[in-house]
Design a protein around this ligand. Structure first.
Ligand SMILES: Cc1cc2nc3c(=O)[nH]c(=O)nc-3n(C[C@H](O)[C@H](O)[C@H](O)COP(=O)(O)O)c2cc1C
Length: 318
């Protein structure tokens, strides 16, 4: 069998599948539906310093090729996370990455500092890109502020890899990607959801109480793929920073596309609502693909996409 293991700035994953933050709770909520031990890594729901009830319902709407959510970062907050969720996370059979969100530098640094000393936490993913909360985009859309935030967070997180999750709701994602790397991001994750809306034509009102929400699922995959490819070529590859690609990943073929575009690993979110065992199935498909392509290590394929004008790649596979 081919080797699917990947390394995310020191976090060793047995395979390249992660869960997307916010789509499967804090730990064992999906244990009855997927084999957590076969996940590359589990990413928790965003944690904020204070507990948040989130937005009023309706918070989720199904769309033709995905879903719109405006959960508004509903979460238990740092204190309850430490008391109630960490004991469970200690039992997780795969590496755990905690996703942290906030509204101020202090919010982020206090929560991240608490993560640095937890043995059960393999890394931290900064959510600077939630489109569904007031101020949620403030850091993710301003390169200067993002660089400063990343720098401040890295100071309080000396022992854990820092991942920064980029928003697609920007003019130039390479500018925010570069800012995150200059601030000290060791992994880039992209993308979060796209700001979007749906309308109830009989009530003549938005279907989400928040008016707008974040679009995810198959509808966004080609756009996410393009953004991963751009960030890989312009920022991540030259800086030697791995990418976790996400946005509509549903099949092993989707995963291969993201990896060829430059992702070292992929995260799966909306597809879990349709088929919770999607990450496990993606690994099965990757094994078959690598055998067919006569490739021994999945990591050989990272960024192997050939664009017109590229130098021919030295490669052991066809
Ligand atoms: C219901 C729902 C809740 C989400 N909550 C969060 C969150 O708390 N933090 C975060 O960083 N991203 C959150 N996201 C965004 C996902 O992590 C992911 O970036 C996005 O959905 C694209 O991947 P997908 O198309 O595979 O779902 C959420 C997405 C959904 C659908």
């Amino acid at each position: 069998m081919a080797n699917l293991s990947v390394d995310l700035a020191g976090i060793k994953l047995s395979n390249p599948t992660l869960t997307c933050s916010g789509t499967c709770g804090y730990a064992f909520e999906y244990a009855d539906f997927m084999d957590l031990s076969k996940l590359g890594a589990f990413v928790t729901k965003s944690i904020t310093r204070e507990e948040r009830p989130g937005n009023e319902p309706t918070r989720i709407v199904e769309t033709r090729a995905g879903m719109l959510n405006a959960i508004g970062l509903a979460n238990v907050g740092l204190d309850r996370f430490l008391k109630e969720k960490v004991p469970l996370l200690k039992k997780m059979p795969c590496p755990v990455i905690v996703n942290v969100a906030g509204h101020s530098f202090d919010d982020y640094t206090e929560t991240c500092a608490a993560m640095d000393s937890l043995d059960c936490v393999a890394g931290v993913e900064l959510n600077v890109s939630c489109p569904n909360v007031k101020d949620g985009l403030t850091f993710g859309t301003h390169p200067g502020r993002l660089k400063e935030l990343t720098h401040e967070v890295k100071k309080v997180l000396p022992h854990k890899p820092l991942m920064v999750k980029l928003s697609p709701n920007v003019e130039d994602i390479t500018a925010t990607a570069r800012a995150a790397v200059e601030g000290g991001a060791q992994v880039l994750t992209l993308v979060n959801t796209f700001t979007a809306m749906a309308i109830d034509i009989y009530k003549k009102r938005p279907r989400l109480a928040n008016v707008t929400g974040g679009l995810s699922g198959p509808a966004i995959k080609p756009i996410a793929l393009h953004l991963v490819s751009r960030v890989y070529r312009n920022v991540a590859k030259p800086a030697g920073v791995p990418i976790v690609g996400m946005g509509g990943v549903q099949t092993w073929q989707d995963a291969v596309e993201f990896i060829l575009a430059g992702a070292t690993a992929v995260a799966i979110g909306t597809a879990l609502f349709v088929e919770p065992s999607t990450p496990n199935k993606i690994c099965d498909g990757l094994h078959e693909y690598l055998a067919k392509m006569k490739v021994e290590r999945l990591s050989e394929l990272v960024g192997a996409l050939q664009l017109p004008g590229d130098e021919p790649r030295q490669s052991p596979y066809p």
